[in-house]
Design a protein around this ligand. Structure first.
Ligand code: PMV
Length: 345
């Protein structure tokens, strides 16, 4: 019997996150079980808000991002995630997903992380998934992981570690320190807002083709320990060293994969070199780069305005976004305007 004859709707908000220790490559691509654990900081102020409505009247899933109806790969990825949710729920209807980002998508600011974290939280609520109250965060983190690996880290708040685990049930993220534990700031130097050519999903497949991949993975437990200890002791210098080394290691794997992936532009390298010089000159700042040309410069809040000023003075920097550590993904009120923005249908 069809139990639900009416619309089921819920909305959620999630922040993107910046990885201090990166996720690159899977042991199991289908389940998105990573080759190594990772550590990140959620980014306050940058947000994805997503409303999910399961509707008996829909004949297919729909996705609207920033007011634009999506087709192709973006829609397929969301539809496949919704299929997973339907499989776990009594709600079998298709859904309309309406999502808004307040930051540029597809440029190495991990929009897939906040997108799938918000989608997981909203869809789980809208589909009334049976989630055990004691393990809400870990279960939603596991679910978000299936949409995009890094999304599992946007579910808990603050500074977060994704424990790789040895199977689906063990692979989720936990908060290692709350957002207000350490006043770190991410100054994101924008070099380009263009959509990246090769997405991270393809990149996770090609990682294993690099002869450097095994070394990066083998050394990851030590980097995770150093990064976690630096966060817990709020000691910037060792954090800076391990964050930059980890970013360089991931890009070394990317550049030596088949086909090789080069996400840096000349501006990216200019910023990385400037940040190292600034640090040698006594300014606490560390760079890290995801799968795009923009550079995330991590700095304690007291140095943030100086870092931002110096970044803006570099010729390749077109803008700087500034984000403190952010909280967890959470349910928000569904608002009347959302349905209207979804367009006809
Ligand atoms: O979650 P994905 O598949 O978008 O992969 C994220 C990969 C990086 O952003 C490059 C690194 C990371 O850990 O966030």
């Amino acid at each position: 019997m069809h139990l639900y004859m009416s619309d089921h709707t819920a909305a959620a908000l999630a922040h993107p996150n910046i990885a201090f220790i990166k996720y690159w490559g899977n042991r199991d691509h289908q389940l998105r079980l990573p080759s190594n654990g990772s550590i990140s900081m959620n980014l306050a102020g940058l947000e994805t808000r997503t409303t999910v409505t399961f509707r008996p009247s829909l004949s297919a899933d729909r996705l609207v991002v920033n007011g634009k109806e999506q087709t192709g790969r973006a829609l397929e990825r969301v539809a496949s995630f919704l299929g997973l949710v339907r499989g776990l729920s009594d709600v079998k209807d298709h859904a309309e997903v309406v999502s808004e980002n307040n930051f540029p998508t597809g440029a190495g600011i991990a929009s897939s992380a906040s997108a799938f974290a918000a989608l997981a939280v909203a869809a789980a609520k809208a589909a009334q998934l049976p989630i055990d109250a004691e393990h809400v965060t870990s279960q939603l983190s596991r679910l978000a992981r299936r949409g995009s690996g890094s999304a599992c880290r946007s579910v808990p708040g603050g500074f977060v570690e994704w424990k790789m685990g040895s199977e689906d049930k063990e692979s989720y993220a936990v908060s290692i320190a709350a957002a207000d534990y350490w006043d770190l700031v991410d100054c994101i130097a924008i070099v380009s807002t263009a959509h990246k050519a090769i997405g991270s999903t393809e990149g996770h497949y090609s990682a294993a083709s690099s002869p450097l991949n095994w070394a990066r993975i083998a050394d990851s437990p030590g980097r995770l320990d150093r990064c976690r200890a630096a966060i817990l002791s709020r000691y910037f210098e060792p954090l800076a060293e391990v964050v930059e080394q980890d970013s360089n290691l991931m890009h070394a794997v990317m550049m030596t994969s088949s086909p090789p992936l080069f996400y840096w532009s000349s501006g990216t390298l200019e910023i990385m070199q400037a940040v190292r010089e600034w640090r040698l000159g006594g300014l606490a700042a560390a760079y890290t780069v995801d799968a795009g040309p923009n550079v995330h410069v991590i700095t304690p809040s007291e140095s943030a305005s100086e870092v931002e000023r110096r970044l803006r003075a570099l010729p390749s920097v077109t803008d700087v976004l500034v984000a403190k550590a952010g909280g967890p993904a959470r349910l928000v009120e569904t608002h009347a305007g959302v349905k209207g923005k979804a367009g006809p249908g």
